[in-house]
Design a binder for this molecule. Structure first.
Ligand code: GDP
Ligand code: GDP
Length: 481
């Protein structure tokens, strides 16, 4: 028998999800010990990161990305239990998975085929059915023939036929992947933003936001410097690099058109998500090429916080506001830099004019931090990175569900929800489904019909009461019966 020449196996680069893609969300839920984590690891491989804990909130939700049959998905393991968890196991399961389930495109409900269906499983199944999210029942630990038989027990939950797998032994995983992808919403078509489109009014879209690249391992803070040509972006970039003296050079291959520049401050590394054009220009210190607005969008997709540079001697232009709206649409934190402050004649008049303009034209991002600098002389530049750090913390903030609902009740009392078609909206409760940016979900009868002004009332209240300035706030509404 002849053997083919065996080539030494070379490590292949692990594929990565496309930066900035909108990924469907798959939540893994179920009792402790049924094998959720094992399954999560099986699906995601090593593409996972522990979601950073917010101080004061015990929660260790794991999130990761997985490539299933050619389709990237975001997987959330709901194993963590919240601090003030209810007494019963079913109650605890609910509390820990509520927000993940609410935001999921598909819920994998995992049961233990060996242990059989327990009362806690049955309670959880009842609750899950009422959440109105698509559920796929997974009977784990079903290795061998005995296991496959035991899996049939799960039919009794009334959630359709269970998919029998063994996460530990890798059995049935390929089938499971197929069952998952079959149930996902259709893939959105990729849209290339054109400059012309961007200059048209930006719609108040909240659904097409690109998810922040938050499933990468904890790494540098990613910062984009954006703004109109001649605002002083390259000068600022040079200034930051010069002051920090920590240039580690371009990081190759983030994406084809972008180059990351790294520096660091007292709190750790910072990656300036930059475009090749801006960088090249900064190097040769000549206005070779102007950064276009579409280049700003590319930078925004990779950033966590955006620094919007404005030429203070010119005031706030419509195009500046358009870029700010893009930042809000992409869901990033925003800091406004008023540059060329050295050349401004009447500073208090300028400051007031800018504040008024933001108040009237950028209400959706109230409280944007404003930092006045001179990139040319360096004055004020030292205040920029601390402001960026502070904003990142706000962008990452998670509000505890208890405090949120105490506030929500009071807000409903102060201002009763309006009538829609002669019937009052009955709003029941609110939960923060994610951070980066802070995203809240309101449940209630006909909640999905909430009028815009009432939504604004709630968003403004959230911003004030939970101290969320300068970041977009998303409010989703889901009707319940
Ligand atoms: P979780 O708490 O629900 O996330 O469950 P874990 O993933 O931590 O798994 C609980 C236990 O079940 C661990 O000891 C696993 O090794 C074991 N386990 C997970 N999957 C399987 C499986 O397919 N078969 C068997 N026999 N054990 C499994
Ligand atoms: P970019 O197109 O946004 O990258 O802007 P540049 O960094 O190329 O700056 C445009 C022009 O503004 C250049 O002539 C800079 O010298 C000038 N400039 C940049 N920052 C300042 C500043 O803080 N004060 C003054 N007076 N001029 C500045």
């Amino acid at each position: 028998r002849s053997r083919g020449r065996s080539e030494p196996e070379r490590p292949r680069p692990r594929p990565k999800p496309p930066v900035g893609a909108v990924l469907p969300v798959v939540a893994v839920a179920g009792r402790p010990n049924v094998g959720k984590s094992t399954l999560f690891n099986k699906l995601t491989g090593r593409r996972q990161a522990l979601v950073a804990d917010t101080p004061g909130v015990t929660r260790d939700r794991k999130e990761g990305t997985a490539l299933l049959r050619g389709r990237w998905v975001r997987v959330i393991d709901t194993a963590g239990l919240e601090e003030s968890a209810p007494e019963t196991l079913a109650g605890r399961m609910r509390a820990s998975s509520e927000s993940a389930v609410a935001g999921a495109d598909l819920v994998l409900f995992v049961v233990d085929a060996r242990a059989g269906i327990t009362p806690a499983d049955a309670h959880f199944a009842d609750w899950l059915r009422r959440q109105g999210r698509p559920v796929l029942l997974v009977a784990n630990k079903a290795e061998g023939r005995a296991g496959a038989d035991a899996a049939m027990d799960a039919y009794s939950l009334g959630l359709g036929s269970p998919v029998a797998i063994s996460a530990e032994h890798g059995e049935g995983i390929a089938d499971l992947m197929g069952e998952i992808t079959d149930r996902l919403p259709p893939e959105p078509e990729a849209v290339e933003p054109e400059e012309a489109e961007v200059l048209a009014p930006v719609p108040d879209a909240t659904d097409d936001e690109t998810p922040a690249p938050d499933d990468r391992p904890p790494g540098p803070l990613r910062l984009a410097i954006v703004g109109r040509p001649n605002a002083g972006k390259s000068t600022l970039l040079n200034r930051l690099l010069g002051e920090e003296r920590m240039i580690t050079g371009p990081e190759p291959g983030l994406t084809r058109d972008s180059i990351a520049v790294q520096l660091s401050d007292a709190e750790g590394p910072i990656e300036l998500v930059d475009t090749a054009g801006l960088r090249r220009k900064a190097r040769i210190e000549a206005p070779l090429e102007k950064m276009s607005v579409s280049a700003s969008i590319e930078a925004l997709k990779m950033a966590e916080v955006a620094v919007l540079v404005i030429d203070a001697t010119e005031g706030v232009h419509e195009q500046d506001l358009q870029i700010a709206r893009l930042i809000e649409r992409e869901g990033r934190g925003c800091i406004l830099v008023l540059n060329k402050w050295d050349a401004v004649e009447d500073r208090s008049v300028t400051r007031q004019a800018v504040a008024d303009r933001l108040e009237t034209s950028l209400a959706q991002m109230k409280g944007i931090p404003v930092v006045t600098i001179s990139a040319m002389t360096g004055a004020g530049v030292e205040r920029l990175l601390p402001a960026v750090r502070k904003l990142l913390a706000v962008w990452n903030r998670r509000v505890a569900t208890g405090a949120l609902n105490r506030w929500f009740e009071a807000a409903l009392e102060r201002h009763a929800p309006p009538l829609v078609d002669g019937r009052r909206l009955k709003l029941r409760y609110m939960t923060q489904v994610k951070a980066r940016p802070p995203t809240f979900l309101v449940f209630g009868t006909r909640a999905e019909q909430m009028p815009e002004d009432y939504r604004r009332y709630l968003v403004n209240g959230l911003r004030e009461s939970f101290d969320l300035p300068g970041v977009p706030i998303r409010l989703q509404c889901r009707g319940t019966r």
